[in-house]
Design a protein around this ligand. Structure first.
Ligand code: SAM
Length: 287
């Protein structure tokens, strides 16, 4: 199941990247993060004109997120930022501007085509404090305690092992580090048919965590100060657009799902003194 989800997700985003690299994705066509059309209710109009003005056109066109994590993450000069599932790199490039030349922005993605697109966008932007790495968010290729802020935009919902993602995020953060993530979150129950659909998983909805599950998983990983703030709540018509093409009874399901799917900003922090990073009772006492 986990491998199936990963391969389906990878193939979908490889196609999305190829469309942008080949010039085949206009402003409102082609696959997007969460719906079959680029002008879908989840991924459209997330960034202000002043944010996109300084970015390569393909970084903006490839934006497949469901929020604007760098606008909410309060990044500071000199910080190290890691974007989980960085796609075409839009949030990495925005983070790099915010942390400046003394900081660093890492992007992590498992899809070669997305990495190629992101590196091309980095070159065009002339960003020198940026590094895109290949890897999986369930096995982050960075050492323990090296990151100030983890951002992510509509990716954790795609993972079939979210517990592992939270544990990895916690591991690489410095004590006091922040988790500042945009994601699709469900409020209450969604119908079992939606949960089962692979097509919808790739489009974000079926794999999305319920709000309280999200909070519980973060707490289990060791995070504190956890909050889920809705940034966009999708209504009946939006849900219909997201469910279209999945072979489900979209009218009926949209009525049940509308209003319960939201784009949310999820924040949490790693405690300054973390019991999860203790090496034993003596080491804790010394801290
Ligand atoms: C919905 S897109 C979002 C891209 C980017 N965050 C944005 O806002 O445009 C999902 C991205 O996450 C990557 N991805 C999905 N699951 C992943 C995983 N388990 N490990 C690493 N990357 C993953 C995909 O390759 C794709 O580039």
């Amino acid at each position: 199941m986990t491998a199936d989800v990963k391969e389906t997700v990878r193939a979908r985003y490889a196609d999305a990247a190829k469309q942008v690299l080949g010039g085949g994705r206009g402003d409102c066509c082609g696959p997007s993060g969460c719906a079959p059309c680029g002008c879908d209710p989840i991924s459209s109009d997330l960034y202000s004109n002043s944010e996109t003005a300084g970015l390569p056109a393909n970084a903006v066109l490839a934006s497949l997120g469901c929020g604007n994590p760098t606008a909410l993450a309060e990044l500071h000069e000199g910080e190290v930022v890691l974007d989980l599932g960085s796609g075409g790199g839009i949030d990495v490039l925005l983070s790099a501007q915010r942390v400046g030349p003394t900081g660093k922005a890492y992007g992590l993605d498992m899809t070669d085509e997305m990495l190629e697109l992101a590196r091309e966008n980095q070159r065009k932007a002339g960003a020198t404090n940026v590094e895109f790495r290949k890897g999986e968010i369930e096995n982050i290729p960075l050492p323990d305690g090296t990151v100030d802020v983890i951002i992510s935009n509509c990716v954790i919902n795609l993972s079939a092992d979210k517990k592992r993602v939270m544990a990895e995020a916690f591991r690489v953060l410095k004590p006091g580090g922040r988790f500042a993530v945009s994601d699709v979150v469900i409020r209450g129950e969604v119908p079992a048919a939606v949960r089962k659909s692979m097509e919808l998983w790739v489009g974000c909805v079926a794999g999305a965590l319920e709000e309280q599950e999200y909070v519980a998983l973060l707490a289990e990983a060791g995070f504190e100060n956890i909050a889920v703030e809705p940034t966009r709540v999708y209504q009946f018509e939006d849900a219909k657009a997201v469910l279209t093409g999945a072979g489900l009874d979209t009218e009926v399901l949209a009525r049940e799902v509308g209003g319960r799917i939201m784009g949310a900003f999820v924040r949490a922090s790693k405690p300054e003194m973390s019991s999860k990073s203790c090496c034993g009772p003596e080491c804790c006492q010394r801290g």
